[in-house]
Design a protein around this ligand. Structure first.
Ligand code: ATP
Ligand code: MG
Length: 578
């Protein structure tokens, strides 16, 4: 136990840990069962638990029950508050709080005034956003403890990549006030990657991954490099316009108009708070149903002016009216890849995360944006995909199990590098070898964006033996575009092709219609040999022997190259400063 007056958490051996994802719209809790992460259902049977608290006659409701009170008890219902943690009132966006308790300025932070006590004349309480977060986390942890049959003490919690240090500190403090030790905060996209990479069947390979986290009030896209199990964030992009809420709005407008058309003279349900709340809840339910089926119903009792309303919509119609939102999401993903200085051809994997990622159209559009060999991990494109709504909680639970045995003070140090931006090489480092045609080709040893320090070793075959020259060079990729010969007949053998460089082509990738693209140009990634870093001659290699080249990049980006004959003695070693 620490004796410095700072409240310390439980001893490692006494911890019960879970993973938590705490979103503006929904939260989830997960734990490990036989090395597999599993999301826990709360008392209501929900695995996606709305991040909402509601007070009725002094009783506190949370999750789906609280969400239902948005219709009858909006003033005493607090929703969409996570992003306000650690922020000043003047820097928050209260757009999503119109239909529930309004945020207000309170000293340095944001607060909500609600009636959380019993009795007509009890004075309302003003709760800081930290207090709201504490109460909500207490309920989440309570559900997890109930499920596990023992008190949960500690958690790894996910946060967006643009959460500030102040926001992180506020979250840790809010958790502490709920008697929850935060083992570590990890970024939401890294948690999503961990959920996939933590599966027993996944083999860890070097790859570029795009995580598209599409939620209710925000969409966040992150481009990461995974090298030897280390993750480096290369770029992030955030959007608060194109997200699940925008899709709800499309359906709300659609059905509100239909309602007024069917009932001439009836008032607009969007102009009355209670009608609007009903419209919103049902629109969201219809939207979710459209992710599974090709038809969905919409039905609200007493929508407006005491009139019931029932209708249906098919997926095609929905995809048409929501097209602007879908296009916006595609552009966001494309912009993040560009921001990382990469091309869609560089991307090995796209992980769709967040509730909105269930939408088949979104996955289909990304399928079209990326080349065929990029894996699009979404339920509608990949049968083995993990439920996008569960990725972050599962990743957090895996991380929690990895670090739960460490002393609190050691955790930050031991895992910091894996989940934050660390120094990395920009270009690939590799060797030049001759191909069959006698041309020099580049063989990467250390891939681009590898986090340093790093050490990689390869064996090069030396069929002819003798003195083998090893030339270590930098390499970078460029995109080779091959345009088909105009008027080339179908199946014609003439492969004559024009090759040109695709320097920053500005062409718009967000084109949805994959029809009528007769002249598909071929884009491929090729290596370009850059500057030479070192040359070494390994003498008297025997015929059919192998030369081992090993490259170490230190954290100051200086490089050590060694080359020797496998099984031979001696070798060459050189150091290069960065
Ligand atoms: P944010 O912080 O962006 O508000 P979140 O991370 O808390 O969101 P998520 O659960 O990831 O929340 O996403 C919530 C959104 O996902 C909501 O708009 C919800 O309607 C939507 N959603 C949930 N399930 C589905 C589904 N099956 N099909 C389409 N949309 C869905
Ligand atoms: Mg989210």
């Amino acid at each position: 136990m620490a004796d410095n007056g700072v409240k310390s958490g439980p001893e490692p051996s006494e911890r019960t840990t879970i993973g938590i994802t705490f979103g503006n719209s929904n939260s989830s809790i997960a734990h490990l069962v036989d090395d597999k992460a599993e999301v826990i259902a709360n008392e209501d049977g929900d695995r996606q638990i709305p991040t909402i608290l509601s007070y009725v006659d002094g009783d506190e409701y949370y999750g789906q029950q609280a969400k239902n009170f948005l219709v009858r008890n909006p003033k005493n219902t607090v929703a969409y508050f996570r992003d306000f943690l650690g922020k000043e009132f003047k820097s928050i966006d209260p757009t999503h709080n119109h239909a529930s308790a309004h945020p207000q300025e309170s000293g340095e932070t944001v607060a909500f005034t609600i009636q959380d006590k019993e009795g007509e004349d009890a004075a309302p309480s003003t709760l800081s956003v930290s207090e709201v977060a504490t109460r909500y986390l207490r309920r989440l942890v309570g559900s997890a403890s109930e499920y596990l049959g023992k008190k949960v003490t500690s958690a790894v919690i996910t946060v967006p990549t643009n959460f500030t240090d102040k926001q992180k500190a506020a979250l840790i403090a809010a958790a502490a006030a709920a008697d929850l030790e935060v083992l570590q905060l990890i970024s939401e996209p890294v948690a999503a990657v961990l959920a996939y990479d933590g599966r027993a069947e996944t083999k860890i390979e070097d790859k570029i991954v795009v995580v598209a986290d599409l939620g209710g009030t925000r969409s966040d896209v992150t481009v990461l490099a995974s090298r030897g199990g280390m993750y480096t964030i290369l770029a992030t992009a955030h959007d608060y316009e194109f997200a699940g809420f925008a899709l709800d709005k499309v359906l709300m407008d659609h059905f509100a108009k239909e309602f007024m058309k069917k009932n001439s003279g009836a008032s607009d349900p969007r102009e009355n708070a209670r009608s609007l709340a009903k419209l919103r809840l049902e629109a969201e339910a219809t939207k979710r149903a459209l992710s599974l089926g090709t038809n969905a119903s919409f039905s609200v009792e007493s929508l407006a002016d005491g009139l019931d309303f029932a209708s249906t919509i098919n997926r095609l119609r929905y995809e048409t009216i929501a097209r602007t939102v879908f296009e916006g999401l595609n552009r966001l993903v494309g912009s993040a890849v560009k921001k990382a200085g990469l091309d869609v051809l560089d991307v090995d994997e796209v992980i769709l995360s967040g509730g909105t990622s269930h939408t088949p159209r979104i996955a289909a559009n990304l399928r079209y944006l990326f080349p065929q060999n990029t894996r699009i991990l979404a339920p509608s494109t990949e049968p083995t995909a993990i439920n996008p709504s569960e990725l972050q909680a599962r990743g957090a639970a895996l991380q929690a199990s990895l670090i739960q045995d460490y002393e609190a003070e050691d955790i930050d140090q031991s895992t910091h590098a894996a989940v934050t931006t660390v120094p990395h090489v920009t270009n690939a480092i590799g060797v030049i070898s001759l191909n069959e045609a006698g041309e020099e080709t580049f063989a990467p040893i250390v891939p681009p964006e590898t986090a340093v320090p790093a050490r990689r070793t390869v064996h090069l075959s030396a069929p002819n033996g003798g003195d083998v020259l090893v030339k270590v060079v930098e390499g970078n990729t460029h995109i080779k575009v091959t345009k088909p010969e105009p008027k080339a007949k179908e199946n014609g053998d003439s492969k004559a092709a024009k090759v040109e460089d695709a320097d920053d082509s500005d062409e718009d990738d967000s084109d949805f219609d994959d029809d009528e693209e007769e002249e598909e140009e071929k884009r491929e990634k090729v290596w370009k040999i850059g500057s030479t870093l070192a040359e070494a001659a390994v003498k008297d290699v025997k015929k059919g022997g192998k030369v081992e080249v090993s490259i170490t990049v230190n954290s100051d980006l200086s490089i050590i190259v060694t080359a020797r004959e496998v099984g031979g003695k001696g070798g060459v070693r050189g150091t290069l400063t960065s």
